[in-house]
Design a protein around this ligand. Structure first.
Ligand SMILES: [Fe+2]
Ligand SMILES: [Fe+2]
Length: 138
């Protein structure tokens, strides 16, 4: 079973953002699946973490640019939460690198799951409800 099942409350109303969020969820589920089979090498796990870090950083940078362009009033709080999430993922990468393999999966699962279920449905939902959408698939 996937670590993160997509839920209606994750939808922000912005098709582009929802698409990126789904890509992040898919990537995290893929890593989780690999870990679950116990077949992933340390190199593979590290590569995956690196990829997740890059995709999340890129996504956050885009969102922050959208907020600045719109003079979004809650920019700072939202950006602060992004920074916390990035710090967390870097801590996880460092502790994995330092040999915390046994506790790794539990920590990762817990963190990634709570980030997405809370950040998407709070900060991101609020942001995209507040912004006019220049292009929208719906
Ligand atoms: Fe966000
Ligand atoms: Fe987001």
């Amino acid at each position: 079973m996937a670590l993160i099942e997509w839920r209606d409350e994750f939808n922000t109303g912005d098709a582009g953002v929802d698409h990126e969020h789904r890509e992040l969820v898919d990537l995290i589920n893929e890593l989780h699946g690999k870990l679950g089979k116990a077949g992933a090498t340390r190199d593979e796990v590290e590569e995956f973490l690196g990829e997740i870090n890059v995709q999340i950083s890129t996504h956050f940078a885009l969102e922050e640019r959208v907020m600045r362009n719109a003079s979004y009033p809650d920019y700072q709080a939202h950006k602060d939460n992004h920074e916390e999430l990035l710090d967390d993922i870097r801590d996880i990468m460092i502790s994995y690198d330092a040999g915390a393999y046994e506790t790794f999966e539990a920590t990762l699962t817990q963190h990634l799951n709570s980030w997405f279920t809370t950040h998407f449905s709070t900060f991101d939902a609020k942001l995209h409800a507040a912004l006019p959408h220049a292009h929208h698939d719906a």
